[in-house]
Design a protein around this ligand. Structure first.
Ligand code: ADP
Ligand code: MG
Length: 462
């Protein structure tokens, strides 16, 4: 789903209130009836609300749903002889992902976290990643969670679980994913783990530091794979010692960044993507830990032809060295991401799986062809997330890597990235990221003056 911000700057404060009212109403209603929108928006005069509703519907931020619950069934056609009555008041509106995007962007904008939005740099199985910049020009990444976007064809089990969910419940799960990711990143960053700095979280979106890097998936060779291997395994073990398992630790979710230390270039692995992180107390902790380890092992064997002589690492060993007083899983729970929320999200993850099955690897810098161009307007697609997803990425599993570390002299420091010509598309400067202001802050005096001028022009006496 493309994030189209062209309408953002034209929304009036009443439009925003109505949009927020639909969001608020959606918490308890699958579709929000117009009188409720009116009540929640607290706007006087029904015609004003109707105008806002149609303006929002026109740009696809809300969608009208007709008679979603009660349908007219003609008695003669109803075999069970049950007369279902016609409920005209069941017309209502629901928030679209576009509307949710706008609300989140507006929150980030009002908090002065985002000033401009740039190009899409990544598209995960269930997220869209954009470059943004703060008012002081710092480049940031905006991750929009889009749970429910997976293709049904890639999910073998439990299709019913996916099909039965409404758009609203996907949005709820997307919020949970963003909240969870933010909670984990805050604590991991504070504790000095190599993760992007989390900046803000609103609804289904997360704002974080932009890491100028390449996913491990795109690196063809390194002079000393053993050193990187050890660093990655250490990361898994250090996490476990603090009570956590990443749960999706693989070549897509490890970014490799060049860093200059004491005049020497070294490569630094940074981990991302935490919606699947679990506690080491989790019933399946052993399986998740072993799976993370196996992912790294398998990838190093396949890509770098590197096999470690060392067995493990093993969860039991990591837990032996753990200090119960320094558990981060406990802290995350205390931060507001409850066990109940974790359970709800986990149910979904169990059905869908993680990046192991995904095709997001070739999405960064010039691989924008993977961007999903689906349109929000389509009512059927919205109701059936399986239809919303374009079938991309089949065969991307074997996409060639696009950069190389090939300087053996730098063995001590893993070497530096040598980027090949395919990376010409990588933006060189801010301007190339396509950053444009998301909305110019509206000065209320200027707006009022504009209204007065318009009224004067149309013959009003003011
Ligand atoms: P998903 O949950 O959909 O897999 P990820 O968080 O793994 O989403 O992000 C998808 C891709 O976006 C990553 O593989 C990476 O290329 C890019 N990306 C994500 N976060 C950042 C970041 N902070 N800096 C730079 N690139 C990022
Ligand atoms: Mg990922």
């Amino acid at each position: 789903m493309k994030l189209d911000i062209s309408a953002l700057r034209y929304l009036t404060s009443e439009d925003w209130r109505v949009l927020q009212a639909v969001e608020q109403g959606s918490k308890n209603h699958e579709l929000v009836p117009t009188p409720l929108i009116q009540q929640l928006a607290g706007l006087r005069g029904g015609s004003g609300v109707h105008k806002c509703i149609s303006a929002l519907a026109k740009v696809g931020l809300i969608a009208k749903v007709k008679n979603a619950k009660c349908r007219l069934v003609e008695p003669q056609r109803c075999r069970a002889h049950i007369l279902i009555t016609w409920c005209p008041s069941d017309d209502g509106y629901r928030l679209t992902y576009g509307g949710l995007d706008y609300l989140a962007l507006n929150t980030h904008r009002k908090a002065s976290a985002i000033y401009s939005l740039g190009n899409q740099i990544g598209v995960g199985k269930e997220s869209d990643i954009y470059i943004t910049a703060s008012p002081d020009g710092r480049q940031l990444v905006l991750k929009l969670h889009r749970l429910g976007r997976i293709s049904f064809r890639t999910v073998k089990a439990n299709r019913d679980y996916l099909r039965k969910r409404s758009t609203g419940s996907w949005m709820y799960l997307s919020r949970l994913a963003a909240q969870k990711e933010h909670a984990f990143m805050c604590i991991l960053y504070r504790e000095g783990f190599p993760v992007p700095e989390p900046v803000a979280w609103s609804r289904h979106t997360l704002l974080m530091e932009f890491i100028d890097s390449f996913p491990l998936r795109m690196i063809e060779s390194i002079p000393n794979p053993g050193k990187l291997y050890v660093e990655l395994m250490d990361m898994i073990v250090e996490l476990a010692k603090r009570g956590l398992i990443h749960g999706d630790f693989n070549e897509f979710n490890i970014l490799i960044k060049e860093k200059t230390v004491n005049g020497k270039i070294r490569l630094e692995p940074i981990m991302i993507d935490f919606p699947q992180t679990v506690s080491t107390n989790h019933a399946n902790a052993q399986m998740y830990f072993d799976r993370d380890v196996a992912c790294v092992k398998r990838y190093f064997e396949r890509r770098f032809k590197y096999t470690s002589d060392e067995p493990g690492p093993f969860l039991a060993d990591a837990l032996k060295d753990a200090d119960p007083g320094r558990r981060l899983d406990v802290e995350v729970e205390a931060s507001g991401f409850s066990k109940k929320m974790a359970k709800e999200l986990e149910q979904y993850v169990e059905v869908v799986g993680g990046d192991q099955t995904e095709s997001d690897g070739a999405s960064v810098f010039g691989h924008g062809d993977a961007v999903d161009e689906d349109d929000e307007d389509d009512e059927d697609e919205e109701n059936d997330p399986g239809l919303e997803h374009s079938e991309r990425g089949a065969g991307e599993e074997d996409a060639p890597p696009i950069c190389q570390v090939d300087d053996p002299d730098l063995e001590e420091h893993l070497g530096s990235l040598s980027v090949d010509d395919n990376l010409a598309a990588k933006p060189a400067s801010d301007a190339d990221y396509g950053l444009v202001p998301i909305a110019l802050p509206q000065d209320p005096d200027v707006v009022a003056e504009k209204v007065r001028t318009k009224k004067r022009a149309s013959g009003w006496a003011i």
